[in-house]
Ligand binder design. Sequence first.
Ligand code: SN0
Length: 314
Amino acid sequence: MNYLSIKNIENLKEWVDEAIALKKDLLKYQDLGKNKTIGLLFFNNSLRTRLSTQKAAMNLGMDPIVMNFGSEGWALEFADGTVMDQGKSEHVKEAAQVISQFCDVIAIRAFASLTDKEKDLAEEVLTAFAKYATVPVVNMESSVGHPMQALADAITIEEFKDSHKPKVVLSWAPHPKALPHAVANSFIEMMQRQNADFVITHPKGYELNPEIVKDSKVEYDQEKAFENADFIYTKNWSSFNDYGKVISQDKNWMITTDKMVKTNNAKFMHCLPVRRNVVVADDVLDSENSIVIEQANNRTYSAQLVLKKILETQ
Ligand code: SN0
């Protein structure tokens, strides 16, 4: 079993409930991964993903091996039939098969290039590893999705919602850099499977991939979107249509207390890392309604559940 996208979750409700149960009895399955190794390959920076996935593996008795592939591995070739006389030293065909000899599970982080839309949409790195590895592969943020984050988000919403059907708003916010679409994409795919009133809000020009958004509601008026919201999930992303470009840094989209008071006392969520006073004002992030730390904590249980499912089918 691979965990490449939210689509690999058969029953989201069951997975969330199981993760919450795991959280209460963390070491219950500490023999499941005994003598098994997980290789964590990072082509990009990480804090939460790296530490929570290691912690999750350790809770299951696995031994993690971590490699910063982007800076320490050989530069990989992904195309078929290339004459490799340029900068690329090794083909993913050998690399993935070799790593599969050392590891029982391979987890990969490889962000979007934000320059080559076609390659990004094809999830070149993740797809190649899934194709050539002979062990299960886990997505720790690809060019299209971040399903470990979205599962942690689902756990967090389940824990903090009250009995009524929640209104959940995914709001774009400004950022100085061009950021990937992965977190937003997986959050949308996850929310589409929830019993919730789900609204996406962003400035014109920041429309996400229509194949992911499908018929999810988009409201261009942020203030209107925030009315009666129970959860405000904030994330910046670059333009999808004008691929990878920052087309607006409109400060009016920053999350402030003025906006939060117009919600139904909404909880504030963000996957982190977050730029203070650009994406969100200090007083919101430091308020009691901010649940970003618990959300980050749930990354361990999200990862632990995914690894448990994989180990059970191995
Ligand atoms: C990444 C993203 O996909 O948006 C990872 C989020 C889990 N975020 C960033 O790259 C933020 C970098 C910055 O400089 O603020």
